[in-house]
Design a protein around this ligand. Structure first.
Ligand code: XMP
Length: 509
C-alpha cells in the first residue's frame, strides 16, 4: 500500500529538488519525489512540480516527461528552471542554450502593475530571487504569457495556455526571499486541502519497510540519540525481524546505557547491550592525539558492532536527508566519517550487496522528531541535545582515563539537571561539561590542592557549522559551579566557555 502524494515533484536532478518537497510539506501538503519516468506511478496527484536540473533541454538525451500524460492529469503544474524550459519546449516554444551559467541573486518583477498573476499575489514589486541556469526560453508558444521579468526585462516567469506555470528561479531556497509566498500561491490553486499528516507518512514508511525487508532480519545500531531511536522504534512498529544493538563504549554520559535500556523497555522493543567499555578504554590507553583517538574509537566500534551482529542480512542506517545532501552536514562529522575507513568500507560493502536500508533518508531532523512523536517516543528523547559518536572522548582532551571520565560525567549530570530545571535546556542547542587537562592550585579546607578544571559549554547553532555561546544567567552559572565544586572530587575550578565557532569548535577535540 503506497500512499499517493498530493503533489508529485519530478526530479530532474537539481541539488535543490528535495527542498521543494520539504517546503511543500512545511506548507502542509504531502509531496513526494519521482523520477521523470515514474510520472505514471504518482497516482492521482493534485498538482505536479517539475524540478530544476543541470542538463540542457536541447541535449539529445535530455531528461524528458510524458507531456500528454501530464496534461491529461488536468491539475496545476509548475515548472522550475529546467522544468520551465522543458514545458516551454513541449508547448512549442524555443529554448536557447546559454554560454554561461547564471548563478546567484536576481530581482523578480511581477508583471501587471500591482495587479499581478495569482502566482505572485502579495509578492513585492521587486523581489529577490535565486537563479541557477544557463538555458533560457527565447520564444514563447502561442497563448503563453510573461508574468514576471528580471530587472533587465527578461522573462523569468511564464503562464502557458492551459494555466500551467514556469519560473526560471528557485522558490524553494531561502535566498529567494518570497519563494515561500510564491509556493503558497501555487498550492492555493490546488483543488484539495493540505493533508500532510505524519501519521499517514508513518504508515507509508512502515509499509515500505515491510516490503523492502520481507523475511530478512534487520540489525539496527542504537546510540540513544534521536535518529537511531526513531529508526529502531519504526522498524519495531513495522513488525519485521529486528535486532537492536547498543554498544556501550565506556564513553557515555552518566547512567546512559541503563537509561537507553529502560527507554527501549518502555517502548516495548528489545535491546541488546554490548558492554565493551573495557575494550575501548584499553584501546585508548596512552593515546592523546585527537584524530588517533577518533580513529581507534570508530574502528573498534565497527568491530564490536559487527561481532555482535554476526551475519548481517540487512543493516538499517539512520541516514537523514541532510546526510544525503552533503552541504547540510556538519563539516566535522563529514570529515571524521571520512577518516573512519573501516566503518565506511564495511557499510559500502553491505550497500553493494543490497543489504542496507535507510528508511529515514527522505526526512529532515524536525520531521524525524514528528515521526518519533507519532511512534510514542517521549519528548525528552526527541529533543535531546546532539551527542557525538566518540562520546566523552572528544570532551576530555589528551589521554582518557577512568578518573577524567568520572569527572566529566558527574559535572555533566549536574549541569544538565540545572539546565532542565531552569528551562534553559530547550533553549540551548547543545551543552556539555568537558575537562581541561591542566592542573591548577586551589585550597580545600586547610590544604592546598593541585587539581583539574572543568569547562561548561552551552551553544546555539542551526547546523553545527557555526555556533555562538549562550548568555546563561549568572545566578544559574553560580549555582552550577557551586554544586560541581562541592560535589565532584578531583577538580578545583569551573570555567564557562565563551568562544564562538569559528574559531573554536563546539567540542574540545
Ligand atoms: P564541532 O566540535 O566540530 O562539532 O564543532 C559540531 C557538531 O558535531 C558533533 N560532533 C560529532 N558527531 N561524531 C559525531 O557523531 C563525531 O566525531 C563528532 N565530532 C563532533 C558535535 O557534538 C557538534 O554537535
Amino acid at each position: 500500500m503506497e500512499i499517493d502524494p498530493q503533489i508529485a515533484v519530478i526530479d530532474f536532478g537539481s541539488q535543490y529538488t528535495q527542498l521543494i518537497v520539504r517546503r511543500l510539506r512545511e506548507l502542509g501538503w504531502f509531496s513526494k519525489l519521482y523520477q521523470p519516468s515514474e510520472l505514471r506511478e504518482t497516482g492521482s496527484p493534485k498538482a505536479v512540480i517539475l524540478s530544476g536540473g543541470p542538463r540542457s533541454v536541447s541535449e539529445a538525451d535530455a531528461p524528458d516527461i510524458d507531456f500528454e500524460y501530464l496534461r491529461g492529469l488536468g491539475v496545476p503544474v509548475l515548472g522550475v528552471c529546467y522544468g520551465m524550459q522543458l514545458l516551454n519546449k513541449k508547448w512549442g516554444g524555443v529554448v536557447s542554450p546559454g554560454k554561461t551559467r547564471e548563478y546567484g541573486p536576481a530581482q523578480l518583477r511581477p508583471v501587471g502593475d500591482g495587479n499581478p498573476d495569482p502566482l505572485f499575489a502579495g509578492v513585492s514589486a521587486s523581489s529577490r530571487i535565486w537563479m541557477s541556469h544557463s538555458d533560457t526560453c527565447t520564444q514563447l508558444p502561442e497563448g503563453a504569457k510573461v508574468i514576471g521579468t528580471n530587472s533587465e526585462g527578461v522573462a523569468v516567469a511564464l503562464r502557458w495556455a492551459d494555466g500551467s506555470y514556469g519560473i526560471q528561479f528557485h522558490p524553494e531556497v531561502t535566498h529567494s526571499h518570497e519563494g515561500r509566498q510564491i509556493l503558497q500561491n501555487f498550492v492555493d490553486m490546488i483543488d484539495d486541502e493540505p493533508g500532510f499528516r505524519m501519521e499517514s507518512f508513518k504508515d507509508m514508511l512502515v509499509e515500505k519497510i515491510r516490503v523492502e525487508v520481507g523475511e530478512r532480519e534487520v540489525v539496527c545500531g542504537v546510540s540513544g540519540g534521536v535518529d537511531s531511536t526513531v529508526l529502531a522504534i519504526l522498524l519495531h512498529e513495522a513488525g519485521v525481524k529486528l535486532r537492536c544493538i547498543f554498544v556501550d563504549n565506556g564513553l557515555m554520559r552518566m547512567d546512559e546505557a541503563d537509561e537507553v535500556r529502560a527507554q527501549f523497555r518502555t517502548l516495548g522493543a528489545e535491546l541488546e547491550v554490548v558492554d565493551a567499555s573495557e575494550r575501548f578504554l584499553a584501546k585508548l590507553e596512552g593515546v592523546d592525539e585527537p584524530e588517533e583517538k577518533r580513529r581507534r574509537i570508530g574502528d573498534l566500534f565497527v568491530d564490536v558492532f559487527f561481532e555482535a551482529a554476526a551475519n548481517v542480512e540487512l543493516l538499517a542506517q539512520g541516514t537523514l536527508y541532510p546526510d544525503v545532501i552533503e552541504s547540510a552536514t556538519s563539516g566535522s562529522i563529514a570529515s571524521t566519517i571520512k577518516t573512519h575507513h573501516n566503518r565506511v568500507k564495511r557499510i559500502l560493502d553491505l550497500q553493494r550487496e543490497g543489504k542496507v536500508i535507510e528508511p529515514l533518508a527522505e526526512l529532515f531532523k524536525d520531521e524525524v522528531r514528528a515521526l518519533g512523536e507519532t511512534l510514542g517516543i517521549p519528548r525528552e528523547i526527541l529533543f535531546r541535545h546532539p551527542f557525538p559518536g566518540p562520546g566523552l572522548a572528544v570532551r576530555v582532551p589528551g589521554e582518557i582515563t577512568a578518573e577524567k571520565l568520572r569527572i566529566v560525567r558527574e559535572g555533566d549530570a549536574i549541569f544538565m539537571r540545572h539546565l532542565k530545571t531552569s528551562g534553559w535546556y530547550d533553549r540551548v542547542w547543545q551543552a556539555y561539561c568537558g575537562l581541561l587537562p591542566i592542573k591548577t592550585v586551589g585550597v580545600k579546607g586547610d590544604e592546598r590542592s593541585y587539581e583539574w578544571a572543568v569547562t561548561l559549554r552551552a551553544v546555539i547553532s542551526e547546523d553545527a557549522m557555526t555556533a555562538d555561546w549562550v548568555e546563561l544567567p549568572y545566578e544559574l552559572l553560580r549555582a552550577i559551579s557551586n554544586e560541581i565544586l562541592n560535589s565532584v572530587s578531583g577538580i578545583n575550578r569551573v570555567f564557562y566557555d565563551i568562544s564562538t565557532k569559528p574559531p573554536a569548535s563546539i567540542e574540545l577535540e
